[in-house]
Ligand binder design. Structure first.
Ligand code: FE2
Length: 366
């Protein structure tokens, strides 16, 4: 095997920043429903005049919810054009200057040149590059920082606390890109960021009677970061990816998959707290044992919650998908528990897409 040097070593996902219409209320939603814990805040009280950001954490997952305090800036324009959505996928690195130099020298479009910010707790270097649509990667070098999140943020003190729901870390984040653009972004992740292609699905794998899409999964060297890239494919009716693009207005993040060690408990709690999941027809469960063989869970317990199961050579996985988390049919979460399997639930695509089409039918967008 050829020895290659990883020119962009990534330690993990640092944070995911959403631009939203109302960060205070969005924070309350992710806190109340998903059990994210209050971590940090920046806004008028910290000297900012144009924005407020709430930072929440659960396990290794950090969400930043940012909204504009006026109608004039980039954040309000973004929120109006796209609705609430992911702006920044931040990646934790040892050297944000080198990450920016390596990627921009390979053709990445700069979003932010390396910038040092500091406060009493030390300093952080951040830099950034543009990816699909208006989404960006920010590289975060925090080895000389001991503060709660980033310089400029203060601890978010609140007496309102909710129990966590067992979410541990980001398993993967999926991008929806435009017609014929999948390979352009696959090449971007390969050439500009040094990622490898793990898997490819074509429209024969991922199609139903009505709609289709194609997907390739890109991963960094240590496989901590996995980015499937979807594009719509021709079908008899409108692809779910096309519906996303129509409503988001451009390419963007479609779903964030969050890992749990106990999906039965996590999903039970999320349902109790009002989160809606895609509904899977009962007949899915009639053949599930034949398809995946022995599993630790009872089929009844999965059926009761609508959890899907799939197997590959290395083990199996359990997964479930929320309905869109925002007004537009764009962003959703996947909850996933891996029991050895490293794949993405190919055996579930048909059942899943039929469930999505049921929802598209209700929205009149199929
Ligand atoms: Fe996924």
């Amino acid at each position: 095997m050829k020895e290659t040097i990883d020119f962009l070593p990534l330690k993990g996902t640092d944070y995911i920043e959403f631009y939203v219409g109302n960060s205070k209320q969005a924070a309350f939603f992710y806190q109340t429903a998903f059990g994210f814990q209050p971590l940090a805040f920046a806004g008028l009280e910290t000297g900012l005049s144009d924005r407020s950001s709430y930072v929440l954490q659960q396990g290794k997952i950090r969400l930043v919810l940012t909204s504009s305090l006026n109608g004039e800036n980039e954040i309000s324009r973004h929120a109006m054009k796209h609705g609430d959505g992911v702006k920044v996928i931040a990646l934790w690195v040892d050297d944000a200057t080198k990450a920016w130099e390596e990627t921009t020298s390979r053709g990445a479009d700069s979003y932010m040149a390396p910038t040092t910010t500091a406060d009493d707790n030390g300093e952080v270097i951040t830099s950034g590059i543009r990816i699909y649509g208006e989404t960006v990667h920010v590289f975060v070098e925090r080895k000389n920082y001991n503060g709660v999140f980033l310089p400029g943020y203060i601890p978010w003190e609140t007496s309102y606390k909710t129990e966590p729901t067992g979410l541990k870390y980001v398993d993967h984040m999926v991008g929806n890109v435009g017609w014929g653009e999948m390979n352009k972004w696959v090449d971007f992740y390969a050439e500009v960021m040094g990622f490898n292609q793990l898997i490819s699905f074509d429209d024969k794998d991922i199609s139903t009677e009505f709609t289709a899409l194609m997907s390739k999964v890109m991963s960094n060297g240590n496989e901590r970061i996995k980015f499937p890239i979807n594009e719509p494919a021709e079908g008899a009716k409108k692809s779910q990816v096309e519906e996303y693009l129509d409503f988001y207005g451009t390419s963007g993040v479609q779903h964030i998959a969050l890992e749990t060690d106990d999906i039965l408990q996590t999903v039970t709690t999320l349902k109790d707290r009002g989160i809606d999941f895609l509904e899977i027809p009962d007949d899915y469960y009639e053949v599930v044992k034949e398809r995946v063989g022995e599993i630790d869970e009872t089929v009844d317990s999965l059926k009761k919650l609508g959890i899907l199961v799939d197997r590959d050579e290395e083990g199996y996985l359990l997964q479930i998908f929320t309905k869109p988390l925002v007004d537009r049919p764009t962003l959703f979460f996947e909850i996933i528990q891996r029991k050895g399997a490293k794949s993405f639930g190919k055996g579930n695509f048909k059942a899943l897409f039929e469930a999505i089409e049921l929802e598209q039918g209700k929205r009149g967008t199929l």
